[in-house]
Unconditional design. Structure first.
Length: 373
């Protein structure tokens, strides 16, 4: 991709549960530090499920190095979120706090209309959509997911010109990319929660009078949604496929391996659509070491930091491979403070980092009041 001007770049962050979100965090850190490019500067950013969570934080001003540091327990003195609360009080679990949504326990299929629609025209529905209709409505609240996003965007949408959070309509099973022109208007927190709402586990999320569930039911990556966006390069981090499909004897591991193969086949098919449209695609996927750190249960709340540390190393190795590095050499350099932690205390950080604008505005207000006194 030899170009004299900066390429138009898309960034796709796939589904993968809690462990997948941790892997994406480490992957974004490796991508930023190895290339010097700010992933948040991509012309199009698409997130599905866990990828929507990490993508929303990224495009809303939280750089990868901060995600890694916060997850590891670092505290930045005097730093507050966009909602005014101290950043140190924010959950370090990436939204992985499970609590009952309340009400009577869900019984019976969660969406009779989805079942009816998928049976009426099975050819236009993914098998996962049919399964989603028959599963009971999820009993786990999505409020912790929304709370994580509201820390950086209390209401409304992110300022990024093109961030899409992919969910599925719980009535017809088709995907909806919130943030796109033809999608219903939504708060960022609600859209991300909808994208993450695994059927049978999380409660569906209602937006503009309709219910939505996990976008991974349509595709774990939704890479093909960018095929008509006239991009030069798309970088995809997909936690649920695999560079090295395992051949395990353990039944749980075998099921996980089958799921990874299915995700990988879908990813390869979607990649072909972009390549046919003239877009180069870089696929970054977990390795054996990543799978060992993540384990077969992607909704586990343990080992998040181990997964992050492993991903930083394994993704960096993939980025250094000659067949990948050649596609990335024309990426424009990003601001240093987006790539690595700035020197000095948060009070001296650039005002585009998390919580700094609010803190700076508050400080100016105090100075103004002092001067009037």
């Amino acid at each position: 991709m030899a170009r004299s001007d900066s390429p138009r770049v898309g960034l796709v962050l796939g589904a993968g549960g809690i462990m997948g979100g941790a892997w994406i965090t480490g992957g974004l850190e490796a991508l930023a530090t190895e290339t010097g490019w700010d992933p948040a500067s991509a012309d199009r950013v698409v997130g599905t499920s866990a990828g929507s969570m990490m993508g929303a934080l990224l495009v809303s001003g939280v750089p990868p190095w901060f995600m890694v540091a916060h997850s590891a327990g670092r505290t930045f003195q005097g730093l507050a979120g966009a909602d005014g609360r101290p950043a140190a009080t924010a959950s370090r679990s990436g939204g992985a706090q499970f609590r009952y949504a309340g009400g009577l326990p869900p019984i019976g299929p969660g969406s009779w209309r989805l079942i009816a629609n998928s049976l009426r025209s099975p050819g236009s529905h993914r098998p996962a959509a049919l399964l989603a209709g028959w599963l009971p409505r999820g009993p786990i609240s999505t409020e912790p997911i929304k709370e994580t996003i509201r820390r950086v965007v209390p209401h409304g949408w992110t300022d990024h010109p093109s961030f899409w959070a992919v969910a599925c309509d719980y009535t017809d099973g088709h995907r909806v990319a919130f943030g796109r022109e033809n999608a219903p208007e939504a708060d960022l927190a609600d859209a991300v929660a909808a994208s993450c709402a695994i059927p049978g586990f999380y409660e569906p999320v209602t937006i503009a009078g309709r219910r939505y569930i996990d976008g991974g039911l349509w595709s774990t990556s939704n890479l093909d949604i960018l095929r008509n966006e006239a991009l030069d390069l798309v970088i995809c981090l997909n936690p649920t496929s695999s560079l090295h499909p395992p051949h395990a004897w353990n039944p749980v591991e075998r099921l996980a391996g089958l799921a990874r193969r299915g995700s990988g086949r879908r990813l390869g098919s979607e990649r072909k659509k972009l390549v046919a449209a003239g877009t180069e695609v870089v696929l970054i996927q977990p390795t054996d070491e990543d799978h060992e750190a993540m384990g077969p249960n992607l909704m586990s709340t343990r080992n998040r930091n181990s997964v992050i540390r492993t991903a930083i190393r394994t993704v960096r190795e993939q980025l250094l491979a000659p067949e990948v590095a050649g596609f990335l050499r024309d990426l424009p350099p990003g601001p240093d403070y987006k790539i690595r932690e700035p020197d000095g205390p948060p009070s001296e950080w650039p005002d585009t980092l998390p919580g700094v604008r609010r803190r700076t505005a508050a400080a100016r207000g105090e100075s103004s009041r002092a001067a009037e006194a």
